[in-house]
Design a protein around this ligand. Structure first.
Ligand code: EPU
Length: 352
């Protein structure tokens, strides 16, 4: 039996717990305050014959109306700051903590590492799952390890583990948590490493220019990481819809990776196409491809494409996953026909 100290709710409404705002309910929602409570929750889920589905900020999931799972949420906890804030900081971040608050807290103390990732919605525990990234940085840059529980499996009890970041195979919006470890491990904390003396990463888009403007306007001496985080947040506010105002999950597709030859052919045919060097081949700006197909600002019933960033699909209210996925299919077909490039979806469609 789950202890009375846990917050649990039967027939829970998840509509306000996913940033798309899709109507969804689950047989159980359990909120835990500390990671030690998880084995009892796993036992309870087993008794109920339900899989456990950890839900963070709900900002990268597409939920269908009925989610047949015990939905697990972890509550935020205060950060354990060391007494001596030296150049290098090792920080343990509980999974339920808000990501943006973490970024602002570390940046305002003068630590580099997370500042380019300001205003990304969601909880810290979700960050390694798709290796969140923005403005030339990604969580892989400062992640040392993840802590959490392996769910009970094949007669084996739940097991606590600390997994080094190198074993998580973090890639562009990718990790083992999306692949062979999907549904098997619940992240309860991140171990990250930040530095005061690190070089800021300012070469993405107009970040350096915008930072310079902000530095000129800013009275007083704010730490550089904080200024960068505020600049990134300002840029994001201009381009991306606020999930509190309009349902969305950020970028709906990954920027596609193509080989050098295809990149050159596309560049020759479409000189304006933004192309970035990648580890193997080149990355294309999916937003530009979708924009060129005329989808920016497009509306189809309750769903549509954001009018300032074509990579973001939006939900205006009263719609559902099927409508959004039908629109996504239409976009994929159009981009494929026009540019010969397949688009891959970024958020997870929850199939429980
Ligand atoms: N573009 C257009 N039209 C559009 C959208 C974009 O022409 O409608 C062009 C832009 O002008 C720019 C290029 O495409 O030249 C790239 O656009 P942007 O800088 O806005 O970034 P992005 O590649 O579309 C990626 C991430 C974002 C992240 C930004 C900034 C992915 C899938 N998306 O978007 O991440 O914030 O870079 O680093 O990699 C997210 O994952 O949810 C997310 C928002």
């Amino acid at each position: 039996m789950v202890s009375e100290a846990l917050i649990r709710q039967q027939n829970a409404d998840l509509t306000h717990l996913n940033t798309l705002g899709f109507k969804c309910s689950a047989p159980w929602l359990v909120q835990v305050a500390t990671a030690d409570e998880l084995p009892a929750v796993f036992d309870f889920a087993h008794q109920q014959d339900l899989p456990v589905f950890p839900l963070g900020g709900g900002s990268n999931v597409i939920l269908r109306p009925a989610l047949n799972a015990l939905v697990l949420q972890q509550q935020p906890l205060p950060l354990d700051w060391p007494q001596d804030l030296s150049d290098q900081l090792l920080l343990r971040v509980p999974a339920g903590n808000n990501w943006h608050q973490l970024v602002m807290e570390t940046a305002s103390k003068g630590y580099h590492g997370l500042e380019n990732l300001a205003l990304i919605p969601g909880q810290a525990g979700a960050a390694p799952i798709q290796n969140i990234g923005a403005y030339g940085a990604e969580v892989a840059d400062c992640l040392l390890a993840v802590e959490g529980w392996w769910l009970p499996e094949a007669g084996q009890p739940a097991r606590f583990d600390v997994i080094p970041a190198a074993d998580c195979c973090l890639g562009y919006r990718d990790s083992r948590f999306k692949r062979d470890w999907k549904g098997r491990f619940v992240i309860t904390a991140l171990q990250i490493q930040l530095k005061r003396s690190a070089e800021p990463r300012l070469n993405y888009g107009d970040l350096a220019e915008r930072l310079h403007l902000r530095q000129q306007q800013q009275a007083g001496d704010l730490p550089l990481p904080q200024l960068i985080a505020e600049t990134v947040a300002a840029i994001r506010r201009e381009k991306l819809p606020d999930p509190a105002a309009i349902g969305n999950v950020g970028s709906f597709f990954k920027n596609p990776l193509v080989d050098h030859q295809q990149a050159q052919e596309l560049q020759a045919a479409w000189p304006q196409l933004p192309i970035y060097p990648a580890e193997q081949g080149s990355k294309l700006a999916a937003g530009w491809l979708i924009d060129q197909c005329g989808f920016k600002g497009f509306c189809k019933g309750a769903v549509g494409v954001h009018d300032r960033q074509a990579l973001v699909l939006v939900h205006h209210g009263g719609g559902d996953a099927e409508q959004l996925l039908a629109l996504a299919d239409e976009i994929v077909t159009c981009v494929q026909a026009r540019f010969g490039v397949p688009l891959e979806r970024e958020p997870e469609v929850v199939k429980l």
